[in-house]
Design a protein around this ligand. Structure first.
Ligand SMILES: Cc1ncc(COP(=O)(O)O)c(C=O)c1O
Length: 486
């Protein structure tokens, strides 16, 4: 992939970001002023009445009234009736700039017509699923291989969670080893063995309610960037060597939680070297980064070749059943499907996996991204947004910070995912900052901008300069309402 097609224009200085993160969580939290927060809450009460009624009724039938973990739901969830390009509309007719972008799959913008038209054709021709081979499965696999040569073979699945589960099972089957090492704080979906050290590094089984301990006994975590420390990656690999070895190291190449815990530029390369030294497979979880950070994904940007890659989101162009695993032909061959496959086969499957709609959506979305240069345009929008937000923060003299890896932008105002898990006040700090995160998200929304959890933003090709300017206006008003701003 030519360097001009990369969607990350520059790699932020990781040491500087980590220092800023430390300063943020060590200083007193700065919430929205109470009078302004009341005005924001009034917006929801007066302008979002239909959403309130619908989601209150939903709470009787759906736990919590909302089914999306990434959905903002304070003071109550919004009911969305329309999505187009850079915008969302709720059932009350309010329009928002959409930086949630469904959690990342829509680099072309929401509900992109050229892909939608193709999907309607597919539906007319063969409906959503047949359970038999369709040409789009091949077209998608070939296209991925063209952009990511490490993906010699590819298997489409139903979600990123399934794909991560399939990747570790395949790694174990292929290597005959048991241990899986992940980076603490990373989310690789909700499968039993990967809900370990989730969201915050060092938290082990903290979020593993309902998962028997035994499921987690072969999963280990190390802190982001910690290669050579006492409990770092090398130490774990060495320790495992004497007890059967490590099947795989799985990581998000830009750092856990889409880079909320940023990693050093050379981190992935160093992990690759260690995996080679210890005869361990390297799995990149590119559920967020594949195609978003350039058509070659994060592996193209870093120039590091993983053995397996986990896909989700963009791989089905924002359409349902978005998941897949791909990689070295010898490793992937253990995943061969069909009635005759048996013995050492890695069992994965799914009635709706690799259906014609998902495969066609992924295929046409990637082709459109190629034609329009969408990842780079989305990255440029991310750069512009980031510069604008930094100017607002500087202007208002706030202790906040913002950075981006192309179209993945982090606006840190509360640092809930940055609190040190060894801090004696860890729980108090996290709970307090979680509340502020919710309020920030609500304030941005009332100002017409939807974010992921009040701190993460995904930009898309639809984010023109005008859209970014409009959003910056909303952010400026919300951030001017923070306590202590005169
Ligand atoms: C890095 C990463 N891996 C895996 C997943 C799980 O993917 P899915 O939601 O499709 O199960 C996610 C979801 O956000 C993710 O961000």
């Amino acid at each position: 992939m030519s360097p001009t097609r990369q969607a990350i224009s520059h790699w932020p200085d990781t040491d500087e970001l980590l220092a800023k993160a430390k300063r943020l969580v060590d200083s007193p939290p700065r919430p929205i002023r109470r009078d302004r927060m009341q005005e924001y809450l009034d917006f929801f009460e007066t302008r979002c009445k239909k959403s309130k009624a619908a989601t209150a009724e939903a709470a009787k039938y759906i736990p919590g009234g909302v089914q999306h973990n990434l959905a903002f739901n304070y003071p109550f969830p919004l009911s969305i009736s329309r999505a187009e390009g850079a915008y969302l509309w709720d059932v009350d007719g309010n329009r928002y700039v959409d930086f949630l972008q469904a959690g990342g799959p829509t680099v072309l913008g929401s509900n992109y017509a050229p892909v939608r038209d193709k999907i309607i054709e597919v539906l007319r021709d063969c409906g959503p699923v047949t359970g038999l081979f369709h040409q789009y499965e091949l077209e998608l696999a070939k296209l991925i291989n063209r952009h990511m040569p490490s993906v010699e073979m590819f298997r489409m699945l139903g979600s990123g969670s399934e794909a991560a589960m399939a990747a570790i099972r395949t790694a174990r089957n292929f290597t005959g080893k048991k241990k899986i090492i992940k980076v603490g704080g990373a989310y690789h979906g909700w499968s039993d063995q990967l809900v370990f050290g989730t969201r915050l590094p060092g938290t082990g089984a903290y979020e593993a309610a309902g998962i028997p301990e035994g499921c987690l006994q072969h999963t280990q975590e190390f802190f982001p960037n910690d290669i050579d420390g006492e409990q770092g990656l090398r130490a774990l690999l060495e320790q495992n060597r004497s007890s059967g070895g490590t099947a795989a190291v799985i990581l998000e190449p830009i750092g856990p939680e889409s880079g909320s815990r940023p990693v050093q530029r050379d981190f992935n390369g160093r992990v690759r070297e260690l995996c080679d030294e210890f005869d361990t497979l390297l799995i990149f979880d590119e559920v967020v980064t594949a195609f978003r950070l350039g058509l070659g994904g994060a592996q193209g940007y870093f120039g590091v070749r993983p053995d397996l890659t986990v896909f989700g989101k963009c791989v089905a162009g924002g359409y349902p059943a978005a998941g897949g695993v791909g990689g070295r032909a010898d490793v992937m061959s253990t995943l061969s499907a069909g009635i005759g496959a048996g013995g050492q086969k890695t069992l994965v499957g799914g009635t709706l996996s690799a259906n014609p709609v998902s495969c066609a959506a992924g295929y046409y979305a990637i082709l459109e991204m190629e034609r329009t240069n969408a990842p780079v345009l989305a990255g440029q929008a991310g750069d512009k947004l980031c510069r604008g937000l930094q100017a607002i923060i500087d202007d208002l003299d706030l202790p906040f910070f913002v950075y981006n890896h192309g179209s993945v932008i982090h606006l840190e105002t509360h640092g809930v995912l940055l609190v040190d898990t060894t801090d004696p006040d860890f729980f108090t700090k996290v709970m307090q900052r979680k509340d502020i995160a919710e309020e920030m998200g609500a304030a941005y929304t009332a100002e017409g901008v939807i974010t992921l959890a009040g701190s993460r933003l995904y930009s898309s090709m639809a984010d023109t300069d005008e859209v970014v300017e409009e959003a910056l206006g909303g952010f400026a008003r919300a951030l001017s309402s923070v306590e202590g701003v005169s």
